[in-house]
Design a binder for this molecule. Structure first.
Ligand SMILES: [Zn+2]
Ligand SMILES: [Zn+2]
Length: 124
C-alpha cells in the first residue's frame, strides 16, 4: 500500500462521522501535506474496489465514505445532516430469510432529529 493510500484509509478509519472526499482531503493533508484531491479520489476508489471502505449517500446526496466493512444502518439527522451508525438487532436473520440465503448488502436509512438538534430546538 502506498503512503498516500495508507493516509486516506487512516483518515476514513479515524473519522467518527462519515467524511466526504473533500473532508478526507482536508484531513489527509495533515498527514501528507502535498497530497492532491485527485490523488485522494483515486485512492478512495481503489479502497472501495478492495472493499476496505464503503460508499454511502449523504442526506444532501453527497458521496460519503464509511470505514466499517460490516453492514449497518445509518441515522440521518434532518437538522444538521450528521450521520450516525447503528447495528439493527436481528436484521441479518430477517434478511437471510427474505432473500432465501446469502445477500450482498443492505441499506437502512433512518431520518430523525439528533440529540443536539433536539436540544437546540427546545431552545434552552
Ligand atoms: Zn442534528
Ligand atoms: Zn456507517
Amino acid at each position: 500500500m502506498t503512503k498516500q493510500k495508507a493516509a486516506v484509509l487512516e483518515v476514513i478509519r479515524s473519522a467518527r462521522c462519515h467524511y466526504t472526499a473533500e473532508e478526507i482531503h482536508r484531513e489527509a493533508k495533515k498527514i501528507l501535506p502535498g497530497i492532491s484531491l485527485a490523488t485522494v479520489y483515486n485512492n478512495i476508489h481503489a479502497l472501495e474496489r478492495e472493499m476496505l471502505i464503503r460508499k454511502i449517500t449523504g442526506e444532501d446526496l453527497s458521496d460519503r465514505y464509511d470505514s466499517s466493512p460490516i453492514p449497518h444502518g445509518h441515522l440521518y439527522c434532518k437538522g444538521c445532516g450528521a450521520i450516525a451508525d447503528f447495528q439493527p438487532m436481528g436484521i441479518d436473520q430477517t434478511l437471510r430469510d427474505a432473500a432465501g440465503g446469502e445477500y450482498d448488502s443492505y441499506e437502512l436509512k433512518v431520518r430523525y432529529l439528533c440529540k443536539r438538534c433536539r436540544e437546540a430546538h427546545l431552545g434552552t
